[in-house]
Design a protein around this ligand. Structure first.
Ligand code: SPV
Ligand code: MG
Length: 290
């Protein structure tokens, strides 16, 4: 089955699926090895790992270059974080063309202005006019070259401080315009506005959340109100930052690599996850010495 079809089925099967971000080929292998059904190609995590801020400092083609490496590294579907589309409907068309050619399962676009700012940075988050965003959804749907490629409309209405009715109205208009799913984002720590939104949305189409701030809300609770996809959006990037900082500090303090050796992956783990064994088999098949 093509990855987009697998992902479309996963979104529409009335069960909640938890997926995890990847930000390079290695983290993508980690996600696949841990048996996740799909990967979130996170704008925040990819740009952070490039040493850039999540406000479109990286160009879309730089991000897609990384996503192509992720795609080549795994066999599970990849959902691309398309931010606000890197411009207008025309930029969205170029991006979707490349993504769907490449076999990416779908794109999420959000209704913020370009350049966007990460939703958890305090300050103003200005939304793009509704009609303009609807044009981006339609452009994405008309451009995709694989019918199963999903176009997800993410509303940042609650992030921007708008009320529930405004968020629901935007979601409804995006759904009518042809979005395959709605991604509702919140920066509150209890998740209650997400529950409220989901109940009022009433399963009109699949709902997606990235519960970065409301970590205690149970998956069952979200599933009961109709959430289909639970995206752990930045956790491997944050795990590696945390561990890299600790290890860098310890090596400097100890002036030795001896003490940290047991705290980091062995070289065999590196070789295993990148399947060096496969190379030996291929060597037998193709690398015959004359
Ligand atoms: C991302 O992972 O880049 C997201 C989700 O857009 S969040 O950063 O939680 O807004
Ligand atoms: Mg993002």
């Amino acid at each position: 089955m093509n990855p987009a079809k697998t992902f479309r089925n996963l979104l529409n099967d009335n069960r909640l699926e938890l997926i995890l971000e990847a930000h390079n080929g290695l983290s993508a292998r980690v996600v696949e090895e841990a048996n996740y059904a799909a990967i979130w190609a996170s704008g925040l995590s990819i740009s952070s790992s490039m040493g850039l801020r999540d406000c479109n400092e990286a160009s879309w083609s730089q991000i897609i270059n990384i996503v192509e490496l992720i795609y080549d590294a795994v066999n599970i579907p990849i959902l691309f974080d398309g931010d606000s589309g890197y411009g207008n409907f025309n930029n969205v068309r170029h991006i979707v063309k490349r993504l769907s050619h490449y076999g990416i399962a779908g794109i999420s676009i959000e209704d913020k202005l370009f350049p966007k700012m990460n939703s958890f940075i305090n300050g103003e988050h200005t939304l793009t006019p509704c009609n303009e965003f609807i044009g981006k959804i339609k452009a994405a749907q008309d451009t995709k070259t694989n019918d199963d490629f999903v176009v997800i409309a993410r509303t940042e209405a609650l992030i921007a401080g708008m009320d529930m009715d405004a968020a629901l109205e935007r979601a409804e208009r995006y759904h009518v315009a042809g979005a395959d799913a709605i991604f509702i984002h919140s920066k509150k720590s209890d998740g209650m506005e997400i529950i409220d939104f989901a109940k009022k949305w009433n399963r009109r189409c699949p709902l997606i959340v990235a519960p970065t701030t409301y970590t205690t809300l149970a998956l069952e609770t979200l599933e009961q109100v109709g959430v289909s996809l639970y995206i752990c959006a930045n956790h491997l990037m944050r795990a590696s930052l945390h561990n890299m900082k600790n290890i860098a500090r310890e090596i400097k303090e100890q002036q030795s690599i001896h003490y940290i050796d047991s705290q980091i992956s062995s070289l065999s783990e590196v070789f295993n996850i990148l399947d060096y064994e496969e190379l030996k088999t291929a060597e037998h098949k193709y690398g015959l010495k004359l």
